[in-house]
Design a protein around this ligand. Structure first.
Ligand code: F0G
Length: 459
């Protein structure tokens, strides 16, 4: 009989950060004061923080040692060259421009490549990515496969592009109106879903035919590569590192939020292969981020990133990382809680429409559910539904996304299996008492990325 082994962590714990439990009464007050928006809670009032996997990873002892080796020179820091070398080695891009985080890179590439009136097809939107495309005068066009919008579909590669949709938009608008296709690995808003290499190769073929670039949002590329290794035919024997490289080599440029996959608290980069785009980006970065050898990052942070990139593509690491997320997802599924299928790689996504069927989307079911889970257990989650989707650029009406989700995002190397059990118990409890839950109304709405700062009151 074949033996199986659990996803146990390939590390041991050397230092801990105490966290504190609050009472239900406290939490009712805290969430009211936060306008029922989990982004506006104080971290000290949170027990288990699943708001995001962004910048919340635990760094390794090697990375902390790297922090001590920071070369904080304004120009030409040694750490920049280590980071550049790691990006070239593990991701294969030629030129690197550091930025303070992912959206800094999105800003630069959007300003350089997008003209007013352009269209940018992508495998589903991401909030900051689409906003930068729009601020540069472009219009985002969703070309992801339909399965991605269906929380029940079990399709393994929901991040795939619908090639017909893509070719139709190219023919309709003209290739000269499409500066690039934006491909995310994995697709965050679809529930952390991967794209297959087979599909990416087809996208490459099609974009070559029309001479269109691919810009890769590589925020969670190692997690995507792991799913390819596990589920795509022909990749069982390849390492995650090899698959990551293969993905990157199919694209022309990349924006990276190093705060996810790459295991650091802050940082990002733009990586490109075209020397002309590089020159433009290297010039523009000094306007918005900082000199081209730090771009808003401290030297020490660039060193931690150089080390984090290497750790992030190790098979053992990624197996345990995704394994922990799958563990939580399976537990919730067994309890009958409606979640997005298949379970994603960076978090478990609750289907708020099914969880709270008595609330219409105007009552913000995902926002409501995130607040309820916090009140129950001090577990902080995030809305990924109508509030995140914002308003239509032309009509000003709410965008009504098919997916109305609450994201339980798991930080890397931070929480234990017992934490996962507590989270599952709390979500189950809220689910069993769902009939009593009432919706919310929005009482304050900021202009940009409203989900971060919007405020609500109970209906
Ligand atoms: N692209 C994707 C797919 C992301 O998930 C994020 C950030 C960004 C770009 C922007 O990067 O935050 O470094 O500026 N996602 C975070 C999250 C905020 O919680 O999912 P950033």
């Amino acid at each position: 009989m074949e033996r199986t082994r659990s996803w146990a962590e390939p590390y041991k714990i050397k230092m801990v950060e105490p966290v504190f439990m609050t009472t239900r009464k406290d939490r009712e007050k805290f969430i009211r004061e936060a306008g029922y928006n989990t982004f506006l809670l104080k971290s000290k009032d949170v027990y288990i923080d699943l708001l995001t996997d962004s910048g919340t990873s635990a760094m390794s002892d090697r990375q902390w040692a790297g922090i001590m080796m920071g070369d904080e020179a304004y120009a030409g820091s040694e750490n920049f060259y280590h980071m550049e070398e790691a990006i070239q080695k593990y991701y294969g891009y030629k030129y690197v421009i550091p930025t303070h985080q992912g959206r800094g890179a999105e800003h630069l590439i959007s300003q350089i490549l997008i003209k007013k009136g352009d269209f940018v097809p992508g495998n589903m939107y991401f909030t900051t990515t689409r906003l930068h495309q729009e601020l540069a005068g472009g219009t985002f066009v969703d070309v992801i496969i339909d399965e991605a919008h269906d929380s029940e579909s079990d399709f393994r590669f929901k991040g795939n592009v619908n090639l017909e949709k893509l070719e139709t938009i190219i023919k309709e608008k003209g290739a000269d109106k499409i500066p690039y296709v934006c491909i995310a690995t994995t697709v965050n808003m679809a529930g952390g879903q991967p794209i297959s290499l087979e599909n990416l190769k087809e996208v490459r073929k099609l974009t070559h035919k029309y001479n269109i670039k691919i810009v890769h949002d590589m925020t969670r590329v190692a997690e995507n590569a792991y799913m390819i290794q596990q589920y795509e035919k022909g990749y069982k024997e390849k390492s995650v590192a090899e698959i990551v490289k293969e993905i990157c080599l199919l694209t022309d440029a990349a924006t990276m939020s190093s705060k996810k996959d790459a295991l650091v608290s802050i940082g990002g980069f733009l990586a490109v292969n075209d020397p002309e785009v590089f020159e433009q980006a290297r010039n523009l970065v000094v306007v918005y981020e900082g000199l081209h050898t730090y771009g808003g990052m401290a030297g020490r942070d660039m060193e931690a990133l150089a080390i984090g990139i290497k750790e992030s593509v190790q098979d053992d690491h990624i197996r345990a990382r995704v394994g922990q997320v799958q563990y939580l997802g399976e537990k919730l599924k067994k309890a009958g809680v409606p979640i997005v299928n298949p379970i994603g790689t960076h978090g478990v996504f609750l289907d708020a429409k099914k969880f709270l069927p008595h609330l219409t989307q105007d009552m913000f079911p995902a926002q409501t559910l995130a607040a309820e889970i916090y009140v129950d257990s001090g577990v902080r989650t995030m809305e990924r539904g109508i509030v995140s989707a914002g308003r239509n650029k032309t009509t000003g009406a709410h965008n009504y996304p098919k997916l109305e989700l609450v994201r339980l995002t798991i930080p890397r190397r931070v929480y234990t299996q017992a934490h996962m059990d507590v989270i599952a118990e709390s979500v189950e409890y809220v689910y069993n008492n769902r009939a009593t839950i009432k919706g919310l109304k929005m009482v304050f709405e900021p202009k940009y990325l409203r989900f971060f700062q919007a405020r609500f009151e109970k209906l």
